[in-house]
Write a protein that binds this ligand. Structure first.
Ligand SMILES: N[C@@H](Cc1c[nH]c[nH+]1)C(=O)O
Length: 390
């Protein structure tokens, strides 16, 4: 490998400039406030985790993990997700705390990228986990909170698509048995053309081909569930549909049915999901900006079984979707020369006490006075001899 050019960053890594920082901060505060208002408590976990435990439990493709070695020779990962670290936390340091637990987080996550110019390899995610509650009310709560968080951040045009991995598995396994992975991957990649092509070439009856292709049409409101029930007759399939029916009622009780739609071919990235899954879209972004779902088996891997659900929201994408500029705090500049330095500092203290942001600048350190002054609406000069002094 050649030596990187001085200004290059590792693949997928980004800088954050002041304006973007401010925008992220304002939106982050609103999201955190909303989650706290719903009774969720913030936690933090380390950036590095063991590959063998949390790394594997995160259920993400191995090629997306950043791996490194510690001094003892253990393989570590930069956390690719927060759900697995929180499962570890709940099963260890928080073991004594009764279920259900409502936890929230705001963290940078790391997913290695294969190509330049694509997705970021480090991004901030804000989310919640509702752990130890297997009810459909819990699924409804996290979806309603996600909608409420998006609204509180200032996003008004969004839709949440809801599916159920139990339904997809029931249908695929009923028809293609063990070979369902390939079809699931087409769905996860939203490669519906690839899905159709693959189905065409499968050695199965035309009725079963019709059932598999029928899955792609299962989008809409709760009326669609009747069509869905015609494709699968297994107990697992029926259970998933009954859950979705109840979930729709919960969402109606929250009054957010206009923001949601059912999409039964939804398959998400993480393979730990076991039940209802969902994804949120803004009308002006081509990619989902938040997603989540039920994962009832993950806590068991950390020896504290518990049914759970949650979501994660990408702050960078939410900022992009909202699209408006941050309200920048205007600062006053006090330009001083050393004779009046103490006076300038006193003035700065008193203006800051009034709530103003103040920059104090020694004029001897400025080479471009006009350029510097243009950055401020107000510039006060404390230059030369003090008034009244000879
Ligand atoms: N951890 C998931 C989101 C999620 C939170 N809880 C459940 N799912 C992700 O990064 O996509």
């Amino acid at each position: 490998m050649s030596k990187p050019f001085m200004f290059e960053k590792p693949l997928g890594m980004r800088d954050t400039l002041p304006e973007m920082y401010e925008m992220k901060k304002q939106i982050r505060e609103q999201l955190e406030e909303e989650m706290s208002a719903w009774g969720y408590q913030m936690v933090e976990t380390p950036t590095l985790e063991y590959y063998e435990t949390v790394g594997l439990a995160s259920a993400i493709l191995d090629q997306q993990l950043f791996k490194l070695l510690d001094q003892q020779g253990n393989t570590l990962v930069l956390r690719p997700d927060m759900t697995a670290p929180i499962a570890r936390l709940v099963a260890s340091s928080m073991k004594g705390e009764a279920y259900p637990l409502r936890l929230s987080y705001q963290s940078n996550l790391y997913r290695a990228q294969q190509h330049e110019g694509g997705k970021p390899a480090e991004f901030e995610q804000i989310g919640v986990e509702l752990i130890g509650d297997g009810t459909v009310s819990a699924d409804g709560e996290v979806i309603a909170l996600m909608a409420s968080a998006l609204k509180s951040a200032g996003l008004s045009h969004f839709k949440i698509a809801i599916g159920h991995i139990g339904y997809v598995n029931a249908l695929l396994e009923d028809i293609v048995g063990e070979q369902s992975d390939t079809l699931r991957r087409f769905l996860y990649e939203k490669n519906y053309v690839g899905f159709k092509e693959h189905v065409k070439n499968l050695p199965i009856s035309s009725i079963d081909k019709g059932r598999l292709l029928g899955l792609l049409k299962l989008r809409g409101d709760k009326k669609m569930l009747t069509d869905a029930s015609k494709l699968v007759s297994t107990e697992q399939g029926a259970k998933a549909l009954a859950e979705l029916e109840e979930l729709w009622q919960v969402l109606e009780s929250y009054g957010i049915e206009d923001f949601v739609k059912l999409d039964l071919n939804l398959v998400l990235h993480m393979s730990y999901y076991t039940g209802a899954v969902f994804e949120g879209y803004s009308s002006n972004l081509g990619v989902p900006l938040c997603s989540g779902g039920r994962y009832d088996e993950l806590l068991g891997k950390f020896e504290r079984p518990g049914q759970a659900t949650g979501f994660g929201l990408r702050l960078d994408l939410l900022v992009e979707a909202i699209g408006k500029k941050a309200e920048q705090r205007q600062a006053t500049c006090i330009m001083f020369s050393k004779e009046r330095r103490a006076e300038a500092f006193r003035e700065a203290v008193s203006l800051r006490q009034e709530g103003k942001a103040v920059v104090v600048q020694d004029i001897a350190g400025v080479t471009d006075l006009d350029g510097m002054s243009e950055q401020f609406t107000d510039v006060l000069y404390f230059i030369g001899q003090k008034k009244g002094e000879a």
